[in-house]
Design a protein around this ligand. Sequence first.
Ligand code: FDP
Length: 336
Amino acid sequence: MSKRLCVTTSRQIMDSQKLHPGATGELSGLLNELIVAAKIISAEVNMAGLADILGQSGKTNVQGEDVQKLDVFSNATIKRRMEQCGYICVMASEEEDGIIPVLDGYEGKYTLAFDPLDGSSNIDVNVSIGTIFSVHRKISDGKQGTEADLLQKGSKQVAAGYIIYGSSTVLVYTTGDGVHGFTLDPSVGEFFLSHPDIQIPERSKYYSVNEAYTNYWFDSTRKYIEHIKKIDRDSGRPYSLRYIGSLVADFHRNLISGGIFLYPRDRKSTDKPEGKLRLLYEAAPMAMIVKEAGGVALTDDGRDILEIEPTDLHQRVPLIIGSRKDVEEAMQFFLT
Ligand code: FDP
């Protein structure tokens, strides 16, 4: 076994804890509990077809979207595991309207915001989906956490990550000491370090955007996409399109191979003037990861995603994220 394959998530988390004198081990405990939840969800995702769990549950979530059975399962698994882990004081889920309290007597000093199964419209067709999480430190007084604890900007996150349920199950996370990727070995039920210290290539040749929305786009988006499709061999254009329609999968590919992902504002739906993606459950955690990996995450009017003060648990935000030079180049179109 190579040395790298010996490093489990627990060992990596403990090593990183040692870099922070005074650390109590609570963040490590929190991450370890989440990892257990991820293993349970991963097993269920892999069994989805066999267990006849595919298909919609018949309910809609707070965003008015169909809720799939696996979403319900993943949401319940994370909630049940984390409400009594003793490390967090309050949670918020993309699938639930309000805050989720933890059990009395189990209040800890962190908060957890999560998207239990991102890309859920892909469940029935075997396309990669994932769980995204974001951790903040509690700022309110009292034992139980409040909405204010969750409505903190992304730059205050103490940890962020995702688990992608794809050809293999991969966990990518950061606690501010680099971005590390672990692959689940299902035969032993353990995540092993497979992608140490991930750095996103600073320039890429891939773009990810829902191009079917061209006629809803504002001029800036249209001009930028036209630009990267123009033939110019010296600057590596045209770029290639890669759009899975599952943020975790699109983001993960771009993180490893380089790329730019865009979900800008458009004229598609009047009820989503800021685009579709959620600040707390999608944009902010991905922004922390990409920044730690050397990339950039901005809105389509140039604001740093990590500096946006959330005002609503389910607030949406335009997102342009990925390789540094690509996002900077995109801004030349979005900011003129
Ligand atoms: P989904 O609706 O399948 O859950 O925000 C959710 C999300 O997927 C992202 O994972 C994905 O990037 C995006 O929506 C896809 O939206 P479009 O279908 O509008 O492109």
